[in-house]
Design a protein around this ligand. Sequence first.
Ligand SMILES: [Zn+2]
Ligand SMILES: [Zn+2]
Ligand SMILES: [Zn+2]
Length: 277
Amino acid sequence: MRLTILGSAAAEAVPALWCECDVCATALKRGGKDIRRRSCYLIDDDTMVDFGPDAFWQTMQFNINLPALQRLIFTHPHIDHLNPVELGWRRRGYSKVTKPLTVIGPPTVFLTIMAQVANAGTACDLADLQLRRVDVSHGREITDGDMTILPIAAHHAPGKSPLIYVLRRGGKSLLIANDTGWLTDESWEVLRGQSLDAAVIECTSSLIFPDQRNYHMGANTTVAFRDQLRDIGCLKPDAIVVTNHFSHNGNSLHQDLEAFFTPKGIAVAYDGMVITF
Ligand SMILES: [Zn+2]
Ligand SMILES: [Zn+2]
Ligand SMILES: [Zn+2]
């Protein structure tokens, strides 16, 4: 499996568009790994997880061939993870689209897509966008092509049915855990017995609220999350652990994050980071 981190920021991006804080000013000055698009992932060349407001720029920067995409998996419908406007361009008359794209997510994702499409004022449904809808829910594993997808309830966004995912293909296994706070016992139970080669764990509140556990996580909680995965036997001994989804509000400059996480054996994501396992 090859995972490319296409974006590593929380909702406002870094630097946040309108922000006058010191983190944003420093990020702008330093550039490089401190410039963060909204969180989004490419797996091999055929699967994306989330598709947010930076999708156009991400496909250009990282040479993604969107027509070759087999599936789009959504964690939840927050606007930094789902930008339905860009799916609307699949409509006849706007783009030449010759094959359907499988969209996998909780029902709230499809409600959000349809609301946006309706808002655009044109009679249109998922079939007009050539989207094949696959609803998923907590604990119910599905297979799509050669990929096995296990959705697990996140602790985030009440009422939006947010999910984290274990994705398996070719004997390899990856956890993508954003957005979430500390999981419920029920979710940890579903994870128990997984054998992960790699895990991406969010760290929205980063260094400013390191012990945050509700709805998002801070740096200490991210480390504890990794330790819990290890304690319940989920992580292979050589598993790669990466942290991602940083907010400028969390004091999240790249070198400060690395100073915290590198000694703990966790890699700090940046836009364009590729891990192969
Ligand atoms: Zn988010
Ligand atoms: Zn800022
Ligand atoms: Zn969210």
